[in-house]
Design a protein. Sequence first.
Length: 316
Amino acid sequence: MSLPEILRGRLSVPVIAAPLFIISNPDLVIAQCTAGVVGSFPSLNARPAEKLEEWFKKITGELGEWDAAHPEQKAAPYAVNQIVHRSNSRLMHDLELCVKYKAPIVITSLGARADVYEAVHSYGGIVLHDIINNAFAKKAIEKGADGLIAVAAGAGGHAGVISPFALIQEIREWFAGPVALSGAIATGAAVLAAQACGADVAYIGSAFIATDEANAAAAYKQAIVDGYANDIVYSNLFTGVHGNYLRGSIAAAGMDPDNLPEGDVSTMNFHEGSTKAWKDIWGSGQGIGAVKEVVPAAALVARLTREYAAAKARLG
């Protein structure tokens, strides 16, 4: 395995909690990291832009206090997601704060840029780039990313359509570095399966929506608890990029989930007022059938840890 040095000895279960647009916040990130998984957030969640520095101070301060009080089990590192699409006018502002606070891990999405990678490498951080196919994976590594997040079929939000088995197999033919796997992973057994097919860690998002700390409406959290794979709709209507969404939220917005028009990538934007689609139309992956209740993030991590250990024991 090619687990990054920064993660060795810091995880209770090999998981990165995915950055959830609007939903991830400092309280959730801190709870994830202190429970033993990488907590992450999109920098764009801190609105207005000036609020981002407050988030960095809170996260770094509270994780530092945790480490001082728990030297035997320090918190997992945190990660910041940067949208590298041209419509993100905040990219350079937010990246400067990543450099200032030495964000341990930066997750880049919707574009691979060498200058972004170089900025993170300048202070010793690592970059994981999320991709939906092998061609994008090669481009990211060629431009300087340290590792990959393979966003396979069934993942929540912006997701690909390739089987995780096929996607990991193709990547591992040429890349020996760190790889996280995303796509309908919501149990400890699925985390072990991700490793068995070649990933270093699992990348879990939707299950963390149904946690106490998540910045999501109560109805959204309950929809995750009540939902199953058949409740997920794949569409590019809402942001111009294909993604997975909860059927009920689409119907509640007055649309027919089974007859959605095609979207246009030119409509994708990440300016300060671009959150409406994600507030009204709820992203989710296909693995939510494993989510049975809304719990503290630490309880979810504890469940994943128990299930992971039990799955390993079953295999001897």
